[in-house]
Design a binder for this molecule. Structure first.
Ligand code: RIB
Length: 300
């Protein structure tokens, strides 16, 4: 079986559902409170593992109850945790999430231990990266270790995927982008990286071109319920999503990236890979939470 390495964050999600989001300075009474396993990196690693991939996850958690619970959960989900390290210097990352009646969310992350991931952690995991076929990363950890990993994996001939979430505040350096085989931003992230405002398919296509001009080999932009814009035979094409009733969109993008990586590991063509990832993401939005909302292979 082909192997996937995921590098990224692991957060405990503290989630309140509410009819509508509060305005600045306003208090609203919410409904249910949930504590869920989340974090973009962990979500993508779990999504891929539940869908049948051989996954190694590289991340950093605090030496606390949340951190220990996460490691146990990763193992239960079949993930190789040899490179999940623990620090005494910071608490495990948390995310404060609100989900409204339409299933939309707002997320504020306190990175904690995630912000302490270093290039040394990546160098320590060199053998895992060398044994892998595909490397998947996001931007919820410091960029320096990601750059180290991308360069290392690229030099080893691995396929490197970057989901640039959350949207970067500083420009992404060509030093990172030139090692990326596939970048998967959503509209906001694509605009933040390229400066191209996305209002329709034409502008999304311009943003894809701009991404390629920045050094990445291939790009796809996820456009929410409209679908995914990707190149097929050199032309940008919209791949529609499955139409479903969303109750919570948290981690839909993570499920998409995890599932797409599984399909790439399996050597599926682009059309088939996107259809598989769309189906997995559609399952997630119909369930509450992040990792607890993700499908196993037989759910699809
Ligand atoms: O993408 C969803 C995730 O973003 C949540 O699980 C939260 O932890 C934040 O990282």
């Amino acid at each position: 079986m082909k192997k996937l390495v995921v590098i990224g964050s692991s957060n405990m999600d503290l989630v309140v559902s509410t009819e509508h989001f509060p305005l600045p300075g306003q208090t609203v009474l919410g409904n249910k409170f949930m504590t869920n396993f989340g974090g973009k990196g962990a979500n993508q690693a779990v999504a891929a593992s539940l869908l049948g991939s051989d996954v190694t996850f590289i991340c950093k958690v605090g030496n606390d109850d949340y951190g220990r619970a996460m490691i146990e959960k990763f193992r239960k989900d079949g993930i190789d945790t040899r490179h999940v390290s623990t620090t005494d210097q910071a608490a495990t990352g948390i995310a404060i999430i609100t989900v409204d009646a339409k299933g939309e969310n707002t997320i504020v992350v306190a990175s904690g231990a995630n912000s302490m991931l270093t290039s040394e952690d990546i160098i320590n995991a060199e053998s895992a990266i060398s044994a892998a076929d595909v490397l998947l990363m996001q931007l919820e950890t410091p960029v320096e270790p990601l750059r180290t990993a991308a360069r290392m994996a690229h030099e080893m001939g691995k396929y490197v995927i970057l989901n640039p979430a959350p949207a970067p505040k500083k420009p992404l350096l060509s030093d990172l982008l030139k090692h990326i085989d596939l970048i998967i931003p959503n509209e906001t992230e694509a605009t933040s990286i390229t400066g191209v405002e996305i209002s329709d398919l034409q502008s999304a296509e311009l943003a894809m071109e701009a991404l390629k001009g920045m050094g990445v080999k291939d790009a796809m932009i996820t456009l929410g319920e409209k679908g995914v814009l990707a190149y097929e035979d050199g032309k940008a094409k919209l791949f529609p999503t499955c139409k479903v009733q969303a109750i919570d969109t948290t981690a839909a993008g993570d499920t998409f990236c995890g599932a797409l990586s599984v399909a790439i590991c399996q050597g599926k063509g682009k059309k088939e890979a996107i259809a598989f990832a769309n189906k997995a993401a559609a399952y997630t939005v119909q369930h509450e939470g992040a990792q607890c909302a993700m499908p196993h292979l037989n759910d699809l």
